[in-house]
Design a protein around this ligand. Structure first.
Ligand SMILES: [Zn+2]
Length: 496
């Protein structure tokens, strides 16, 4: 029954812009400070206080707009959005309405459905349109103590009041919960990449509302949409959409009508429930903010910021595959955050071996970083040192197996690859005379195995390789050992 239906999803994402001060006053945006300590007459909404736009907000919003292929309007207007709520001291929020900061954007990103165990089924590139990105101020925060009854208490903290937000509204282009999920992941990664949002969802720096409806496959008209509020983690977003799609299909199949309403997701109960119906919806009575002039953005400023934009994660992922021949998964992991991508490129430049660089970073180094809770840009093993270790492997100075120990030591001690290898008694032995001497000893010490080998038990070659590796304390080059051993064992004219 579900296959007959198609979901139609649009997302509204609020991203907190990473400025030091608020959007219309000089108060700090620092998270976690004493309640109401970062406030002034402007963000407290006291009579007579006038807002002044923070220019860093324009810069960051422009960068975000450029990253999402949005057209920045040369002139946009701030409007008052009127509603009453205890955490909104002015009785209105300064936002943008009919003339937003930017419009008509899009992203093209990899997306995939997931199977039961959460693994991607098949990635494909899809384009999603972005309606607009506009600016607004955040409201304060209500804190509730106890269950909602007569004995409970509520508090208001206005530190958040006036924190700059970019609201990014998509077109209803998502057809599944996973498409919405992949889009939001991409958006978060991109905003962090360009340094305009810290992406911290626990602290509320990134919040998501979704509009969901379903329709019969092939139908042109949209079904009645339901708004899901405050989906503040990727898991909640995906779970809530999945639940809501099923709920709507079941209702339609049962002959019920979908009611236009706002619903909330309850993760503990794994269901959405109604918060307010359409009749209770706000009429915001928008009108232009009389205390702020139109927001003007010059072409020169846009071009200057465009020139300073870094390569975006999706473009970088594709380049890593083309330029370095990396597998799609490795490229995606390495470009997930900018510091890892920068580190990888530094190792590759210095070692000349991209595949090896990717392997060491994603496996051995990643494990050490994880175990010590360290970010890659603070790794005790610098990109240059990892590269010098990789060069030693490529030159057969150390084996891959030794390198694991070398890296662990480098990570612990912060010493260079060269120092560690020297202390371990030098690198891998590839010297044939030296290896022949060890082979001779191994052969002489095991006459019975030699006899069996020569009688046709070829698998005993492995036994001899093991003996030689042990005698060399793992330092003999295994390829050379294999070759010389075979020569030696097959040569019956040596008098043994
Ligand atoms: Zn203030």
């Amino acid at each position: 029954m579900r296959e007959n239906y198609e979901a139609v999803i649009g997302l509204e994402i609020h991203a907190q812009l990473k400025t030091d001060s608020k959007i219309f006053c000089g108060c700090s945006t620092r998270f976690g400070d004493e309640p109401d300590s970062n406030t002034c007459p402007v963000c407290l909404g006291l009579p007579g206080a006038l807002p002044v736009l923070n220019s860093r907000v324009i810069e960051m919003a422009t960068r975000a707009a450029l990253a999402l292929n949005l057209r920045v309007n040369r002139e946009s207007i701030f409007s008052r959005k009127n509603y009453f709520y205890p955490d909104l001291p002015k009785g209105y929020q300064i936002s943008q309405y009919d003339r937003p900061f930017s419009e008509h954007g899009w992203v093209e990103i990899p997306t995939s459905e997931r199977n039961q165990s959460g693994h991607a089924v098949a990635w494909s590139m899809k384009q999603f349109r972005i309606t607009r990105l506009h600016l607004e101020e955040d409201a304060g925060k209500s804190l509730h103590e106890g269950m909602p009854d007569s004995a409970s208490k509520s508090y208001v903290d206005l530190n958040r009041s006036g924190v700059p937000l970019a609201e990014i509204v998509s077109e209803p282009d998502f057809r599944s919960s996973w498409e919405a999920y992949d889009y939001m992941q991409y958006l978060r990664r991109t905003l962090i990449y360009i340094g305009v949002c810290d992406g911290n969802m626990e602290e509320g720096s990134l919040r998501c509302d979704a509009n969901v409806s379903v329709r019969l496959r092939g139908a042109e008209r949209f079904g009645t949409k339901v708004e899901l509020k405050n989906l503040n983690s990727f898991r909640f977003l995906q779970h809530a959409l999945e639940y809501e799609i099923d709920r709507q299909i079941e209702a339609i199949e049962a002959g019920e009508k979908i009611v236009q309403e706002t619903r909330l997701w309850n993760e503990r109960e794994s269901k959405t429930y109604c918060m307010r119906s359409k009749e209770e919806a706000h009429d915001y009575r928008y009108f232009p903010e009389p205390d702020l002039p139109p927001l003007m953005v010059s072409e020169e400023m846009i071009e200057e910021l465009r020139a300073g934009m870094p390569e975006l994660p999706e473009a970088r992922r594709r380049r890593f595959m083309e330029e370095y021949g990396l597998a799609a998964d490795d490229a995606a992991q390495l470009t997930d955050a900018r510091p890892a991508a920068d580190y990888f490129e530094a190792v590759t430049r210095a070692s000349g071996n991209a595949k090896s660089a990717a392997n060491w970073i994603l496996n051995e180094l990643a494990r050490e970083l994880k175990n010590t809770g360290t970010e890659i840009d603070r790794s005790p093993v610098t990109a240059e040192e990892l590269a010098s270790m990789i060069r030693m492997i490529d030159a057969c100075t150390i084996s891959g197996k030794m390198a694991k120990e070398v890296l662990a030591d480098m990570y612990r001690s912060g010493r260079s690859a060269e120092e560690v290898v020297r202390e371990m008694g030098g690198g891998q032995v590839s010297d044939e005379a030296e290896i022949r001497a060890i082979i001779d000893q191994a052969v002489a010490a095991n006459p019975r195995q030699l006899e069996q080998y020569r009688a046709g038990k070829a698998a005993l070659l492995g036994f001899f390789v093991g003996q030689v590796m042990k005698a060399s304390e793992g330092r003999a080059n295994p390829q050379v050992v294999n070759r010389l051993l075979k020569e030696r064992l097959d040569n019956t004219e040596q008098g043994d």
